[in-house]
Design a protein around this ligand. Structure first.
Ligand code: PLP
Length: 371
């Protein structure tokens, strides 16, 4: 039986192997392991890639989100809007900044926040919106930017699923006051371990972000403001520099795979698929999410045929036990709850073979009796 993992991190290493091994040898030779030349080069290269003024490597996406809120001065007494289908790290950041999350219903077409509900949830205490470009799909930015301007709300983009995705030709992560990226092992731009980047065009925020990750020490051994330790090390920077060179090519292959899935699965009535990109949007398909009310059955069937699948995310944020006691509000978010029960990730990565793709498609069709 074929075995197709949801993601196979071993594949695709050959093309970066030489650069990575040479870079790591250099790190060992110099033992400049923190704040070295690779970090600085990666920050410059990633900023140029995105078209943004500043990029700062940090230890992970979670700390990037927390630093974003702290740098913007979001804290006790403030509300932060967050779509309910997000990842737990976004909620953690709000919690540890001391602010209060306000969960927003989900638009099932973009997987971003539902605009009507977003508007309704704005209050005099709303200080920021964390916007997640889920699964590699950019949110519909024009109305969101307008809303943030009209109501004076800070915009933090979480582009952890969306390195290289574009909205009207501009890379996501660069629209808001601050953009946060996880570059963890499973991401489109991935380190071999934890890693993150935080970006901004604002000079004052850049100063804060640069030093928040090193104990607020803009001067050696002298903290100018409270910070913590959230650095990106040289070895991960070497790997990210090598991977960045291939990001566009790999994202293009992801789009081709998504088109192929769509073409071959679209006429199954019990299944819903990500919508094709409108002309102003370029998705990067970090995940390919298919939806069905028969999710468990379908997942079990695919797994029994050697195809690994995943749920992202099976519990919406407003139902996460760790936080329900803190924020005792009742939420009416039926779309977020339905998507949490119905969405299923099937394998999508640039190194999938044609044969594997066809096998995934024919097995899904078989389940729905479409062969
Ligand atoms: C949307 C999103 N935001 C933030 C994070 C947190 O990133 P990290 O694991 O690098 O802390 C993740 C990680 O999976 C994520 O998917």
């Amino acid at each position: 039986m074929k075995k197709i993992p949801l993601l196979d991190l071993r594949r695709g290493f050959e093309e970066i192997e030489e650069a990575v091994l040479a870079g790591i040898r250099e790190v060992f030779a110099t033992m400049k392991v923190l704040n070295g030349p690779n970090l600085q080069a990666f920050e410059k290269e990633f900023a140029e890639y995105l078209g943004v003024k500043y990029a700062f490597g940090c230890s992970c996406g979670t700390s990037a989100l927390l630093m974003a809120l702290i740098a913007l001065g979001v804290g006790p007494g403030d509300e932060v809007l967050l779509q309910a289908n997000g990842f737990i790290a976004d909620l953690e950041a709000i919690h540890f900044a001391g602010a209060e999350p306000v969960f927003v219903e989900v638009d099932p077409e973009t997987f971003g926040p539902d605009l009507e509900d977003l508007k309704k949830k704005i209050s005099p205490r709303t200080k920021a919106l964390i916007l997640i470009h889920m699964y590699g799909h950019p949110c519909e930015m024009d109305p969101i930017l307008e809303l943030c301007r009209d109501y004076n709300i800070y915009l933090i983009e979480d582009a952890s699923h969306s390195h290289g995705a574009e909205y009207r030709g501009q890379k996501v992560g660069t629209f808001g006051h601050i953009g946060c990226f996880s570059c963890g092992p499973v991401k489109n731009l991935n380190a071999v371990g934890d890693a993150g980047v935080i970006v901004t065009n604002d000079d004052n925020l850049a100063y804060k972000l640069k030093y928040l990750r090193v104990h607020g020490q803009a001067q050696k051994n002298f903290s100018l403001f409270p910070g913590f330790n959230s650095r990106l090390d040289e070895i991960q920077a070497v790997i990210l520099r090598a991977k960045l060179k291939f990001l566009d090519k790999k994202n293009e292959i992801r789009r081709q795979i998504a088109n192929y899935y769509r073409e071959h699965l679209k006429e199954i009535p019990e299944l819903y698929l990500p919508k094709p990109d409108p002309p102003h949007i370029k998705s990067v398909y970090h995940r390919y999410m298919i939806g069905t009310s028969r999710r468990e059955e379908l997942a079990n069937y695919l797994n029994s045929k050697g195809i690994e699948t995943g749920y992202y995310y099976p519990y919406p944020l407003h139902l996460q036990k760790a936080y329900t006691d803190f924020y005792q509000r009742s939420w009416n978010l039926p779309v977020a709850e339905r998507l949490a029960k119905e969405l299923l990730a099937i394998p999508i990565y640039p190194e999938l073979t044609q044969d594997e793709l066809n096998y995934v498609i024919s097995t899904i069709r078989e389940f729905f009796n479409k062969n």
